[in-house]
Design a protein around this ligand. Structure first.
Ligand SMILES: Cc1cc2nc3c(=O)[nH]c(=O)nc-3n(C[C@H](O)[C@H](O)[C@H](O)COP(=O)(O)OP(=O)(O)OC[C@H]3O[C@@H](n4cnc5c(N)ncnc54)[C@H](O)[C@@H]3O)c2cc1C
Length: 374
């Protein structure tokens, strides 16, 4: 009998893991992937959606196009996870597995920041980015805050991309002089893993008149006023927020979390339950919550499952990934990071350039074609 692999979540981690297992096992694989959505959206597409450069429809990649030998992707909502029994309940039925991989990403805890829903906007979900598309055309003047409401959050440079793109958007509309931009971040720098990238970002903020408030978190919004954790009150006409993150409720309810996230063995991504792995944003890795790190985790887990199935070598988690920064003016910078293969973090920085934009396009095209044949 084939060993059953059950992958929860068809995001960066789940899609890459299913693809790797299909490549290795073909029709010999028995892999079920469960996701509640119809389509996948790259996180960075939300920045383009919010500023009206594209639409959600145009950047949605339909799961119907994810067709691979040995893989079945079902559209169902997961309602319970029994890690001990490797049994998962959904609104469509019950699944039992020999290997269970939880890759359900991170959700947003909107209630953690009182007033965010009533008085602000968030741009980290599809719905939030889509709503902002309609807000921007009616916005003409006043202070804008790009504010982070909790750490850790996905894609460390994502909010910097928002602030930079906002600057260029307002400039193109001829209203930049009528608007201040303040960026509130809990981090010690815009990109702690790459000092060069952080320095370049801070120089760009300086050049573009974007005020950076470091090591502060937005804790509450009142009408037209953001309150920070040090008591500072900042007036705003428009608030663009990154909500506090948490694992999906079903993961919390299943008792898999400790101190907020799912504990794993960093080198194997296995949870304390044998044969149960957690990859991507939900896992307590201490690494950036970013799609490329979810992919390298998927690679590690695929080799671990294949090792158990056919005695090949398992590879340890490399903690490698690439952080990409859209400047909003056609240029892109990126840093290739390697957290775990050497004695210390290695970072190779590529300054903002048009070539960087082509690198990002290639990144996007590779995944579209690898996962969706598009
Ligand atoms: C604005 C922004 C910019 C970003 N830019 C980049 C970038 O340039 N590069 C990069 O690498 N990363 C970027 N990211 C981060 C990246 O999107 C995430 O880190 C990545 O998607 C995490 O992958 P994952 O597999 O852990 O989870 P996800 O990709 O979030 O996938 C989780 C899946 O689980 C499903 N799910 C959740 N709960 C349930 C349930 N109960 N039942 C069924 N299905 C469920 C969801 O529908 C989802 O499809 C960005 C994110 C944002 C918001």
């Amino acid at each position: 009998m084939k060993s059953r692999v059950l992958i929860l979540g068809a995001g960066f981690g789940g899609l890459e893991l299913a693809t790797l297992l299909s490549e290795a096992l073909g029709e010999g694989a028995d892999v079920t992937v469960v996701d509640r959505r119809d389509s996948f959206v790259f996180g960075y597409s939300r920045i383009d959606v919010m500023f009206g450069k594209t639409t959600l429809d145009d950047v949605s990649l339909p799961y119907a196009a994810f067709e691979k030998p040995g893989i079945r992707l079902v559209k169902e909502t997961i309602t319970a996870i029994d890690a001990t029994a490797k049994r998962v309940t959904t609104d469509g039925g019950t699944y039992e597995a020999d290997f269970l991989v939880i890759a359900l990403g991170a959700d947003y805890d909107m209630a953690a920041t009182p007033g965010l829903v009533e008085h602000g906007n968030e741009f980290y979900s599809d719905a939030g980015a889509d709503r902002l598309r309609d807000v921007f055309p009616g916005f003409n003047s006043g202070p804008v805050i790009v504010g982070i409401c909790g750490f850790p959050y996905k894609c460390p440079p994502g909010p910097s991309e928002c602030a930079l793109t906002l600057h260029h958007y307002l400039t193109e509309r001829g209203i930049r002089k009528d608007c201040d931009i303040t960026f509130v971040s809990p981090l010690s720098s815009p990109m702690p893993a790459s000092a060069e990238m952080a320095q370049a970002l801070m120089e760009s903020f300086e050049e573009f008149g974007i005020r950076l408030l470091k090591q502060r978190t937005v804790i509450r919004l009142e009408p037209g006023l953001a309150v920070l954790d040090d008591g500072t009150e900042l007036p705003f006409a428009l608030f663009l927020g990154v909500p506090k993150h948490q694992p999906p409720q079903v993961v919390i309810d299943s008792g898999l979390t400790e101190d907020g996230w799912v504990p794993i063995d960093l080198s194997t991504l296995e949870t304390r339950f044998p044969g149960v792995y957690a990859i991507g944003d939900m896992a307590a890795t201490g690494l950036p919550k970013s799609g490329t790190f979810a992919e390298s985790a998927a690679h590690c887990v695929s080799t671990s499952i294949l090792a158990k199935l056919r005695g090949s070598n398992a590879q340890l988690n490399t903690g490698q990934g690439t952080c990409i920064v859209e400047y909003g003016d056609g240029r892109v910078s990126y840093a290739q990071l390697d957290f775990l293969t050497g004695p210390k973090l290695e970072a190779i920085y590529h300054p903002p350039s048009i070539a960087g934009k082509r690198f990002k396009q290639g990144f996007d095209e590779t995944r579209r074609s690898r996962w969706f044949n598009l």
